[in-house]
Ligand binder design. Sequence first.
Ligand code: NAD
Length: 368
Amino acid sequence: MSDCHRICVLPGDGIGPEVVAAALDVLRAVQAKSDVRFEFCEAPIGGVAIDEYGVALPENTLRIARGCDAVILGAVGGPKWDTVQPGCPRPEDGLLGIRKELGLFANLRPVRVYAPIASHSPLKASIIQNADILIVRELTGGLYFGEHATHAEVEGAGIGGGRGARAHDVMLYSEFEIERIGRQAFEAARMRKGKLTSVDKANVLDTGQLWRKVIHELAREYPDVELVDMLVDNCAMQIIRDPSQFDVIVTENTFGDILSDEASVLAGSLGLLASASLGQDNALFEPCHGSAPDIAGKNIANPIGQIQSAAMMLEYSFGMADAARSIGDAVDGALAEGWRTFDIASEETPASLILGTREMGERIAERI
Ligand code: NAD
């Protein structure tokens, strides 16, 4: 009997349904070439869920997600829901809610430069040509989840003194959280080129010192992985100066948020970037872009980020590394043949090579 993988499909809003449909075409092509079976269970999330059920993450959507082996998400949000009153549901509640409910603590974002479209990057080809980075970001700790408070003005009080209100956000990490994300990163480095850059601010922050201590203890279990420590300010500079020095980068939540957005620029278009969010028992795969309302419904969005997210699902959730590679090769092949979506086309690209979302998905699927 063939293996059957149940996949929860959450297309969401804007271009989400368009790029998700292209990714499902590619998964069907993988299925046709193997003895695995995919069962797709679709459910609403984000703005469409608010319209239909009054909440961004309906109970039934969560139940389906929990009952599946992995989740594919498109994107949520759009102008229709941007102006809601405080306290009313927002599409982003669906995104944050599902990440929290599924206990997703590790965010993996690969950033690589596709040679045929390297000129789309704002950086020189000589700088980016060998860039291939995996950023592993801790997703559930640190500043974003620590205590937040704003204090009314108190005369002459507090650190820094001076007038006006004060605010604080607590950056808290436990050894458990650091070890958990560190292990994920060491394992990923082991599967790639064997180099891990651990990014912290150990020269100023206690959390940074704890981070470095735990990562170094963990390194003893991974003698085959080269570990490099880097301060976050230096890392921000090195990503732009010499991105090819990196293989896997691991860092805490806030630093990861900023560095992964910075690194995404190397690729040349937001539409190319994939991500995986992993937990103990669940995993969610989504492109890095949003719902792109400006191009929604026009069949012009680039589906490659979503398709590569599906490839990450095959690798990380189903252990289908070869099938994941075949998707990557199919994307490379389609780009090498000259096919483009509008976001990665140049002035010299003939109109006959510029494809819609569906057609780019088909070109990639037929190369599997
Ligand atoms: P966005 O990522 O949707 O779009 C930014 C720009 O990139 C736009 O010009 C868009 O046309 C372009 N773009 C994005 N994806 C593309 C693709 N696949 N192909 C071609 N071009 C693409 O970010 P935004 O405009 O800041 O946000 C729009 C909406 O998306 C907002 O409601 C925001 O809250 C939401 N959002 C959702 C997520 C998510 O679901 N994970 C992430 C970011 C933003």
